[in-house]
Design a protein around this ligand. Structure first.
Ligand code: UCC
Ligand code: FAD
Length: 505
């Protein structure tokens, strides 16, 4: 065939084409919520393949740049981001990607509606969904633990739908000594002696090794107050604002931006706190416990974004399979190509059902409608959901790269980015192993392990899986630790199937 040129994949409205999402929302949203949410989601599904997509491509091709000094040698630590990245932030505010969860107009269903917005927003956001995750997590932690004056100062910004007043938040936990294990945190908190607009109680000194969304207006971080115990039980949670009213950094020095495998549009910096004013939230030694409410939100964001990512990868692969020919017929007409796609679609349905099942539990908890056992389910299923969807997204992204053949390995098709970006889902916000161990620790509290087992039995989880799981749960010590991943994936598969049944997927 002379002059043959392959057509590339095309996307269409990502809400209209997503049957699974529509089914889930019809099951979870009451009629009044559907009336508002469905047209909004259809509108966002259109933006996801039009203006947002253009801005995301722009943001990816013009990654952020750190400018340490002004022309005269003054330290400024500016981080320049592209027009596309800024435009995606504006979309987030306008579309209420965070705010929708907190107006609680539809009670628990507001969270489900918000997660559906996020799911459509994320794959066309160049990972602006990362700053949004930390913004939402910060809003929840402040809502739960901050004093009224701090809430009144900050929450209207985090929950704003006006791009001019909207703030994002960072979450600075990781230091050079560890991200999984924060017990070696060496950031000190001394009593603050100056004046501060937000009621600073301490000044912080230390280095943070990974800080994503470094252009955010505020951050929550961990530090050790003078005299507090060593280890993680001596850490406290602190709120800080990055810049003062003149726009200068508040005694923060940015060392450099990380050169990362993926998430290229997202600024992730190393920085040091050099006497940064900060306000303690909660008591001395309560840091990990308090920041856990941020983690539990960001882990659900990670899951929803991983599933959005899977959907995007599969949409591209599905479309391409109807355009590419090999051995005399379209890829989609080859039984083996089709069955490969079908099995990935089945994995997608598991992931989306599981994710919205947990998002719904979160919504119920937030409005005080979750029963004691639902709260426990939310606690134990959150790390499992995060690790499960992250691993599926890496596997599916890899398969989709392969489904494009050589084109999948060529940068300007945009396909390699799918694999690079997926890899982060299983690292940040807790690696697979760390979350599996967190799950085991959570089982020990409030009879959570038994409550989960009862839930699986009541919902007729597959009997073979259940027998294996029950056997593994009787292990103890190192043996149980060694099997923590297997336990997590057995539960993940079982709950995903239960949720699929619930939503008739
Ligand atoms: O990576 C980061 C940001 C990336 C960008 C965000 C993107 C989001 C998605 C966007 C998608 C596009 S920020 C850094 C994230 N770092 C982590 O996730 C840390 C991972 N490590 C862990 O999770 C560990 O398990 C630790 C740090 C929590 C373990 O520390 P400890 O000191 O050993 O803590 P314990 O003993 O496990 O927990 C201390 C207390 C306990 O309560 P009490 O005192 O009552 O016994 C725990 O039950 O905190 C409680 N706790 C929790 N409670 C610990 N974890 C939780 C939890 N998840 N929920 C409720
Ligand atoms: P380590 O803790 O050294 O882990 C190394 C390996 O050891 C992992 O495979 C882990 O699973 C395994 N491991 C650790 N403990 C155990 C155990 N007990 N049993 C079995 N295996 C174990 N952090 C922030 O605080 N804020 C941010 O904004 C932020 N942004 C990030 C952005 C990107 C793009 C990336 C990649 C990371 C970011 N991080 C951020 C850091 C991230 O949260 C950490 O990298 C992550 O938590 C892992 O910590 P670590 O890098 O120290 O790895």
């Amino acid at each position: 065939m002379k002059n043959f040129y392959q057509d590339g994949p095309q996307l269409s409205n990502t809400f209209r084409s997503d049957e699974a999402l529509q089914k889930i929302l019809k099951s979870l949203l009451p009629a009044d919520a559907q009336k508002v949410a469905l047209p909004h989601l259809e509108h966002l599904g259109e933006r996801a393949v039009t203006d947002m997509l253009t801005w995301a491509q722009e943001a990816e091709s013009q990654p952020p740049v750190h400018v340490p000094f002004d022309p005269w040698g003054r330290r400024i630590d500016d981080i320049k981001t592209s027009h596309g990245w800024k435009a995606l932030e504006k979309v987030a505010a306008e579309e209420g990607i965070v705010a929708t969860a907190y107006d609680r107009r539809f009670g628990a269903a507001s969270r489900v509606y918000q997660m559906a917005l996020l799911y459509l927003y994320s794959p066309s956001s160049a990972i602006f969904s990362c700053p949004l995750a930390m913004t939402d997590g910060a809003a929840r932690a402040l809502e739960l633990y901050a004093d009224a004056d701090l809430k009144a100062r900050v929450l209207p910004h985090l929950l704003s739908r006006d791009p001019k007043t909207f703030w994002t938040a960072g979450q600075w936990m990781t230091e050079r000594t560890g991200g999984s294990d924060v017990s070696g945190t060496s950031t000190d908190a001394h009593p603050f002696t100056g004046t501060s607009e937000f009621g600073a109680t301490h000044s912080l000194h230390g280095t943070k090794w990974f800080t994503s969304a470094t252009t955010s207006q505020m951050a929550l971080t961990l530090a050790r107050p003078d005299g507090a115990a060593p280890g993680s039980r001596g850490l406290s949670l602190f709120f800080l604002e990055l810049r003062n009213d003149k726009g200068e950094l508040n005694h923060i020095q940015i060392h450099r931006l990380k050169d990362k495998l993926g998430t290229k549009a997202l600024p992730t910096a190393e920085l040091s706190l050099q006497g940064t004013p900060a306000r303690m939230i909660g008591g001395v030694g309560e840091g990990v416990k308090r920041i856990a409410s941020v983690l539990n939100i960001t882990r659900i964001y990670n899951s929803i974004c991983a599933v959005g990512h899977i959907r995007r990868a599969l949409d591209l692969a599905q479309d391409y399979s109807g355009k590419r020919q090999a051995f005399g017929k379209l890829l989609k007409d080859h039984p083996l190509h089709k069955s490969t796609l079908d099995s990935l679609e089945a994995d997608f349905r598991k992931c989306i059902a599981f994710s919205f099942f947990v998002a719904n539990l979160l919504g119920q908890e937030e409005v005080g409608e979750a029963s004691a056992s639902e709260k426990i389910l939310l606690r134990v299923l959150t790390p499992i959901l995060k690790l499960y969807t992250a691993k599926k997204s890496i596997h599916i992204s890899s398969e989709v790269v392969e489904m494009f053949g050589g084109a999948g390995y060529v940068e300007d098709t945009g396909i390699p980015r799918l694999l690079r970006d997926a890899q982060v889902f299983s690292i940040w916000e807790g690696t697979t192993n760390v979350l599996s161990l967190d799950m085991l620790r959570a089982f020990e509290k409030d009879q959570a392990g038994q409550i989960l087992e009862q839930f699986l039995v009541l919902n007729e989880a597959g009997s073979e899986e259940l027998v294996r799981l029950q056997k593994l749960l009787t292990l103890s010590g190192e043996q149980k630790e060694q099997h923590a991943r297997e336990i997590a994936f057995l539960i993940g598969n079982a709950v995903a199937r239960i949720a699929m049944k619930k939503y008739s997927l």
